[in-house]
Write a new protein. Sequence first.
Length: 189
Amino acid sequence: MFNRLKMSIVLTPLVLLLVVGVYIYSLWAAENEKAQDLPVDAASMMMRDLLRYHEKRGGFPGTLKSLEGIVWEKKPREFSIDGRALTHRRYYYFYSRIDHHHFTLWAIPTGKLREEAVTWFLSVTPQAARRWKGGALPLDQVDQVDANPSLKELGALGMIMQQPQVDLRSREKARDVLSGSIFPSGAVR
């Protein structure tokens, strides 16, 4: 009987430790899976890359595909809408060149956790950037977004203008934009 008691005293903490370890691992695995499904915003980096293209070529590209080999390294990417749209890390980016020195960019979250992310709309020239932020657009409205919407249309979509327009003419601001720090999004390309 004393041997059984000794064995219980040794096995009980080991089993308890095993149960706690399995529980902690299951929490970690669930959190890791959720993090994999969460959309990661890279709109500020897309803007930075488009501004670099403008700096090198003197105008914004007609398509996002034009960035390959000039600003982006050549990799297999899934472009759509004649090279103007790209899906990256559960965000759908819709780019439109308004003229050689003005573009707009929509960043719309996708995936099953899309409701936990925000939609961005950027209107950028080499001199200034304006951005709007709103909740995740319903999937049935994604195909209805206008390349260059009016303020009224942005308001109807629930988009709110963020801070005053950013002046990109000063060297400090341009450096911050090109480094990706002016619009903190937490995204890494």
